[in-house]
Design a protein. Sequence first.
Lengths: 327, 327
Amino acid sequence: MGGDFAPYNVVMGALEALADFPSLKLTLVGDKEQIEKIIGESNKKSDGVEIVHTTEIITMHDSPTAAVKSKKDSSLVVGAKLVKDGKADAFVSAGNTGAMGVTSILNIGRIKGVARPTLTAPLPNAKDGFTFLADVGAFVDSKPQHLLGFAILSSIFVEGIYEIENPKVGLLNVGEEESKGYALTTETAKLLSESNLNFIGNVEGKDIFKGKADIVICDGFIGNILLKFAESIPGFLKASIKNYAGKSLANKLRIAPFSLPSLKTGFKESLSKADPDNVGGLPLLGVNGISIVGHGGSGILAIKNMILQAKRMHEKNIVNKIKEALS
Amino acid sequence: MGGDFAPYNVVMGALEALADFPSLKLTLVGDKEQIEKIIGESNKKSDGVEIVHTTEIITMHDSPTAAVKSKKDSSLVVGAKLVKDGKADAFVSAGNTGAMGVTSILNIGRIKGVARPTLTAPLPNAKDGFTFLADVGAFVDSKPQHLLGFAILSSIFVEGIYEIENPKVGLLNVGEEESKGYALTTETAKLLSESNLNFIGNVEGKDIFKGKADIVICDGFIGNILLKFAESIPGFLKASIKNYAGKSLANKLRIAPFSLPSLKTGFKESLSKADPDNVGGLPLLGVNGISIVGHGGSGILAIKNMILQAKRMHEKNIVNKIKEALS
């Protein structure tokens, strides 16, 4: 029931994931009648899909903690409990991000040794790979110890899922010099230097797209703002080109080849790594089970990719790897 | 002597500004011999250009406060003092940004009532205008009172120079809801609400390029990171397109029209507002005189535009307007 286009996109995305991987065991948590209707009208296979009926909905406007505590029969609460009870290996949702964090922590629980879980987001980079940004919104006002934790959790995830060996960890700062920044960054740099991580020092805003580090560590406040800023780039480019074309006939002619379908496709594809639909969802790392948080506006493809990412995390045993690293 | 290409770009930029506005009275501060050589070889008019000889240089690697205090005969110190002593109306430099901040505060001084000056940066937006970001690097660890100050200083600047009446001020946060963020943002929102400014509430990372607010207020740590991230977008786009083209002949053909000179020009021009060369430099607002900080990598055009911006700020009486507002 989570996300702007629930339950339709959620059910359809799930059925598409199932079409590609028929061995998946899917449990859809939400309003049974609506879900069954969508499945029925979809003409898609739904073999083995279970439905767990819930009666309440946590909306985007609900206060996360209060809603998770009061709406016990919401899909966000019931779904998380399925993981806790061993009835599911992973929980994915495009619902209220804050509530998804709260229900994951309260109803699935944290791994021992994790003070704060983190949302780790892949951003595309100039090296044709990803730069992972952590934290991107789970928590604001992080302490150095939390930032160290984000780096450990993200390193295990990036190494396990993206197969980047010994990923380079950078600390986001206003300059490369150690003296830059403030108490938080200075103390965090010290902790990162003393850790077993592949810490390469401070990185700046300009280094994220360059791919100087594989993982860039920052407080959830700035990470969330940066992620949303990055996601707004394609829309801004489109508007800029349109504004430019509107100014004169000469401009319009200069920019005309952009309407060639082939160029349009090429331009879009060259930036498609940034597309939230392809990213699917972001893992909440440090939770004692797989929990993936989707964009509120998730399309069918995003939901499908979120489920497939959960599948990969399960196959690669990421949660156990984190447990081992912290034990 | 400031910037990666000093003194050549600085002298040439100054002479180009003079060519456009022969009534400008320029004082070049730096190594006299080098400056005279560049002027001599330039074949450009230098009527009325004065040279103030200095013997020391503050480099990009110097610690700002220590360097400003010890290198008394550097162009960054001597130039600021010309403003203090009424011998110049404005000081512009592409030198060490931190040192430029320190010399402006120590050697020009702050306007009464200004606890912290701010660097305000224009970012292009989807509405074909600018969204101004403040602060972008003068200070980290700002208090709510400082952020209120940044909003006041930026509003006067944006209204005076860019002629946006009663500019809309947004507070950068992780969500639109008042409850989002942390103590700093909550307290700042309260101060902004109680002020005479046109405060429109919280804005998110995605709202900057959208142009939801004319001015977006944030701590200098995040502002600096966002600005450098934004400046890295063109390079990232170029790399992404190149990576895409390199993957297959089909991709290469799709993207081929990009090599058309007209499309290249059009694409570049539609994004040219973001170009630091056109922006020139960023004003350090709240200083008791005009002080403009340029990019270390400033080209000749950037230097020229920095000087022309100083001219506009002088003509529009921005410093006095700030004094009046704060008195």
